[in-house]
Design a protein around this ligand. Structure first.
Ligand SMILES: Cc1cc2nc3c(=O)[nH]c(=O)nc-3n(C[C@H](O)[C@H](O)[C@H](O)COP(=O)(O)O)c2cc1C
Length: 176
């Protein structure tokens, strides 16, 4: 079951107008809160956004790759307190991955939107822009956002034939 899940998961950027049911939102909440954390520090916090006006503002966080969020019924903003953990990026990345996998399990489509190291404009970072839109404290980082909704596009599952097994070595680098 896990293997069909990881094969079928694709980035979904087009969503039906349909609302996401409360029980599914609650499962997405569980998924992020159950995600593992180095030294059990749990530095991440998550903002679930279903307000259309806010989603439109968030969709403008960077010039490319975030516009589709305007038409998502849900955006999940993944933030972390870097003073709680020196490996907050890893923790936040795992939580974001859990969202993608949980969404697939729930029959929803999702797509990661990179925010860390991205720019809203020449002088303003995407995370600074998002902090302002959502009143996030200055000492919190924004790693990513995830657009979530019922899929309005279909994509081929990952193909076994495309797997690059030459990237996997045994015992020593370069040894097959
Ligand atoms: C770290 C990371 C950042 C990503 N950032 C974006 C993004 O900003 N916008 C976007 O549309 N897709 C983004 N994606 C989705 C990738 O484009 C996508 O995973 C890749 O093209 C492979 O397609 P698949 O997810 O359907 O297998 C990101 C994925 C990862 C893992």
């Amino acid at each position: 079951m896990f293997f069909s899940l990881i094969k079928n998961r694709r980035s979904i950027r087009k969503y039906k107008k349909r609302k996401i049911e409360k029980d599914k939102i609650e499962k997405l909440m569980k998924a992020v809160l159950f995600s593992p954390s180095s030294k059990a520090r749990y530095p991440c916090e998550f903002i679930f956004v279903n307000d259309n006006e806010l989603l439109t503002k968030l969709s403008q966080s960077k010039p490319h790759g975030s516009a589709f969020l305007a038409n998502a019924p849900l955006g999940i903003v993944v933030t972390a307190d870097s003073t709680k953990s020196d490996v907050w990026i890893e923790d936040a990345s795992i939580a974001t991955t859990f969202i993608l996998l949980a969404a697939e399990t729930l029959g929803l489509g999702a797509c990661w939107i990179q925010i860390r190291k991205r720019k809203y404009s020449k002088t303003i970072d995407s995370e600074e822009y998002i902090r302002n839109v959502l009143s996030i404290p200055d000492n919190r980082h924004v790693l990513a956002m995830v657009g979530v909704g019922y899929p309005d596009e279909t994509k081929m599952p990952g193909q076994e034939g495309d797997l690059e097994y030459d990237k996997i070595f045994f015992n020593q680098y370069g040894n097959y």
